[in-house]
Ligand binder design. Structure first.
Ligand code: PMP
Length: 326
C-alpha cells in the first residue's frame, strides 16, 4: 500500500512511498514522525533494498538473469529479496539463524525462496559464512551481503531519505533509527546531513548490543530479544560510519516491548520490537531537544518503524514481558 493512485504493473512498484505519521508522545514542543515501513509489500523496510540492490546488481552484471541470490538475513531482508528476485527473474536462498521468527521463514518459502538455517549460537556471522560457502557451490550466484554492500545504504539515501524530507518540506531536526546492518540510518543520515549539516543523527540498539564499541566503549555483548537491530560483532557492520552518527542510544527489551504495546493500544500501530525501541529512543531525543540540551535545525524528530508485530505473534510479542522474553 502506498500513495500511488494509478494501476501498477508489478508488486515492485508498491515498494517505498510509505506513509509518514505523527507519533503522539513526548514533549508538545517537538514534533515526532515515524515512517511506517510495514506498508511495503513484504511488510518491512527491507523490501526497499530487495528491489534496489537486485536491480542495480543486474544492471552492473554482478548476476545474470536466471541466477541465484544468496543472502544471510534475520528474515525481513530474505522476504524483500525473495519478492524482488522472482519479479526480476532470479532465484533466492535465504540463510537464517534459527532463532529468528518462524513467520518470516514461512513467508520466504511462500515467496518461492529456499531457507537454509544456521545455528543460533553462530549468530549472523555464521549465516554470512554459510552464504558464501553456498555461493562457491552454485553457478551464477551472488551474495548481495547487506552488511557490507554500499547499495544497502544507497537504497535509503535514494528513497527513504528524500521521501522524509519531501513530506516535511525539509524541516527535519533529528533522525533516529535502529541499526541492524545500519543501512537505513546511514542512507537517511547521509541524506539528512547533506540537507543540513547540524541534523542530529542517532543510532538505536538494544541493551546487550555493542555498537557503542565504534566509539571506544568497552561494552559486553549480552543476549537480547529485540529483533532486527543490534550487533554482537561490529566487525560485521561494515556499513556503519561513526562520523555520520552523533549518538547511540540503548533501549532495554522491556522498554521496547512496553512502547510497542503502547503504540498499538494508544496509536493503532501494529509494529515489531525494533520499532518499539526506535520510538522509545525518539522520545528521549525529543525530550533533550525540548529541554534545550540538544540544538537542532528544526524541532522535528523522524524515526522509522521497520515492520509489523504480526510477524512476532507466535513469539508472544503482546504477552507479558516474561512470556515474550522467555
Ligand atoms: N528492524 C527490523 C525488524 C529489521 O529486520 C531490520 C533489519 N535487520 C532493522 C530494524 C534494521 O535495519 P538496518 O539493517 O537497515 O539497520
Amino acid at each position: 500500500m502506498t500513495t500511488h493512485k494509478e494501476p501498477l504493473s508489478s508488486v515492485l512498484d508498491t515498494v517505498g512511498e510509505t506513509p509518514l505519521v505523527a507519533v503522539h508522545t513526548g514533549p508538545s514542543s517537538v514534533d515526532v514522525y515515524a515512517k511506517l515501513e510495514s506498508f511495503n509489500p513484504g511488510g518491512s523496510v527491507k523490501d526497499r533494498i530487495g528491489e534496489y540492490m537486485l536491480e542495480r546488481m543486474l544492471e552492473r552484471g554482478d548476476i545474470d538473469p536466471g541466477g541465484t541470490v544468496i543472502e544471510p538475513t534475520a528474515g525481513n531482508t530474505g522476504i524483500g529479496f525473495a519478492i524482488a528476485a522472482k519479479q526480476l527473474g532470479l532465484e533466492a536462498i535465504c540463510v537464517v539463524p534459527e532463532r529468528f521468527s518462524r513467520e518470516k521463514q514461512q513467508l520466504m518459502r511462500a515467496l518461492g525462496a529456499e531457507v537454509v538455517n544456521t545455528p543460533t549460537e553462530a549468530e549472523i556471522a555464521g549465516a554470512v559464512e554459510r552464504a558464501h560457502e553456498l555461493a562457491a557451490e552454485i553457478d551464477n550466484s551472488v551474495v548481495p551481503q547487506q552488511f557490507s554492500n554500499p547499495l544497502n545504504a544507497e537504497a535509503h539515501y535514494e528513497t527513504t531519505g528524500p521521501e522524509i524530507y519531501e513530506a516535511l518540506d525539509g524541516e527535519v531536526g533529528a533522525v533516529v533509527a535502529g541499526c541492524g546492518t545500519a543501512g537505513t540510518l546511514m542512507g537517511i543520515g547521509r541524506y539528512a546531513r547533506e540537507q543540513h549539516p547540524d541534523t542530529h543523527v542517532c543510532a538505536v540498539e538494544p541493551e546487550g548490543s555493542v555498537y557503542t564499541r565504534f566509539f571506544g566503549a568497552e561494552t559486553d555483548h549480552e543476549e537480547y530479544k529485540t529483533e532486527g537491530i543490534g550487533t554482537s560483532d561490529p566487525a560485521t557492520n561494515e556499513l556503519f560510519e561513526p562520523e555520520l552518527v552523533d549518538d547511540v542510544l540503548q533501549v532495554s527489551d522491556r522498554a521496547a516491548q512496553a512502547e510497542l504495546k503502547r503504540l498499538a493500544r494508544e496509536e493503532g500501530h501494529l509494529v515489531g520490537s525494533s520499532a518499539g525501541a526506535a520510538s522509545a529512543a525518539t522520545q528521549r531525543v525529543a525530550e533533550r531537544i525540548s529541554d534545550g540540551q540538544l540544538s537542532v535545525p528544526h524541532p522535528t524528530v523522524v524515526t522509522v518503524f521497520p515492520d509489523t508485530s504480526e510477524r512476532y505473534l507466535s513469539k508472544g510479542i503482546y504477552e507479558a514481558f516474561a512470556a515474550w522474553e522467555g
